[in-house]
Ligand binder design. Structure first.
Ligand SMILES: *[C@@H]1O[C@H](CO)[C@@H](O)[C@H](O)[C@H]1NC(C)=O
Ligand SMILES: *[C@@H]1O[C@H](CO)[C@@H](O)[C@H](O)[C@H]1NC(C)=O
Length: 282
């Protein structure tokens, strides 16, 4: 008996020492009912909407990444699904990530109340929790591979998720964000990608730097001096961060824009995808 307890203890120790274990959601192996379309869900007595985008060849035995793509103020879930003209400051469909994902991710575009993420009393975080629960009960998700991104208010909401749900989210990408949806908790590490324009006339770059610096600190990274952007953006990868919790910061000379370009190429999608896809299911 004592020997059995000892063996169990050793096994637990080994498991915890390798970190979070790969875990497939309850929806794995099930014939899915969720399709690529809009859904309604009741959250705190309010009707909330979100749009799901499945991989074209969805397989119920493949555990996918789950990527939340939050819209900007005045935007909508439908605009995230459809994309908007990048030449007029719009974001590409699902922030340009699906073509890079090679069918390895399920995308979610939530709809904000009044087309924003005021997160009153944490209601948008509860909405996030409800979407995760509902989707993962039906679809096959690798639960150590949840991500969140958004521009402006959508960046603020991604930041709020990282602050309040650090164990649920592997990494976030904040495009020209500000602290508009709060930061409940905010003391735990989360892998952080941020990009911001020094000429941002809506949410200034110092606000973006403050958000980044919370995770530079939480992730145990060493501060670095930020180079000036030139004609193209500049990427800073922080050093000495805790293993698995990197911080990457991209600063550019532009205004408030999710579709800023370097040499004619919109760089947010590839930067965000490279950041997210560096993490393997553990
Ligand atoms: C896309 O995914 C498929 C199936 O997993 C794989 O065979 C293929 O090599 C991938 N293509 C790219 C460009 O990564
Ligand atoms: C940046 O914006 C914040 C919030 O609106 C404001 O408090 C701060 O003074 C601004 N900083 C600069 C350098 O403009």
């Amino acid at each position: 008996m004592a020997r059995q307890n000892f063996l169990v203890a050793v096994a637990l120790l080994l498991l915890t020492s390798v970190g979070v274990m790969a875990e497939k959601s309850a929806g794995c192996g099930k014939s899915p009912t969720i399709k690529s379309q809009q859904y309604n869900i009741q959250v705190n007595g309010k009707s909330r909407q979100y749009i799901v985008r499945l991989p074209t060849n969805y397989n119920q035995n493949t555990a996918y990444k789950l990527i939340f793509t939050w819209h900007q103020l005045g935007g909508s879930a439908a605009k995230i699904r459809d994309g908007e003209d990048p030449n007029r400051g719009g974001a590409l469909s699902y922030y340009g990530l699906p073509p890079l994902s090679n069918n390895s991710a399920i995308f979610v575009a939530p709809q904000g109340l009044n087309n924003g993420w005021g997160n009153q009393g944490g209601e948008d975080l509860t909405f996030f929790d409800s979407m995760v629960k509902t989707i993962e009960a039906d679809l096959c998700v690798e639960t150590s591979q949840r991500f969140s991104t958004g521009f402006s208010y959508g960046g603020a909401m991604s930041y709020a998720v990282a602050c309040a749900r650090p164990k649920m989210i592997r990494a976030i990408a904040v495009l020209s964000g500000g602290v508009l949806s709060g930061c409940q908790g905010g003391n735990d590490p989360v892998a952080y990608y941020g990009q911001h324009g020094t000429a941002d006339s809506v949410l200034n770059v110092s606000g973006g730097r403050q958000m980044r610096d919370r995770f530079v600190k939480n992730n145990g990274c060493t501060a670095v001096s930020e180079p000036q952007p030139g004609q193209t953006s500049v990427k800073v990868e922080y050093k000495n961060c805790k293993a698995g919790y990197p911080v990457t910061w991209v600063v550019h000379k532009g205004d408030h824009n999710p579709s800023q370009t370097d040499n004619g190429q919109i760089f947010a999608p590839k930067n965000s995808w490279d950041f997210f896809s560096q993490f393997q299911p553990q």
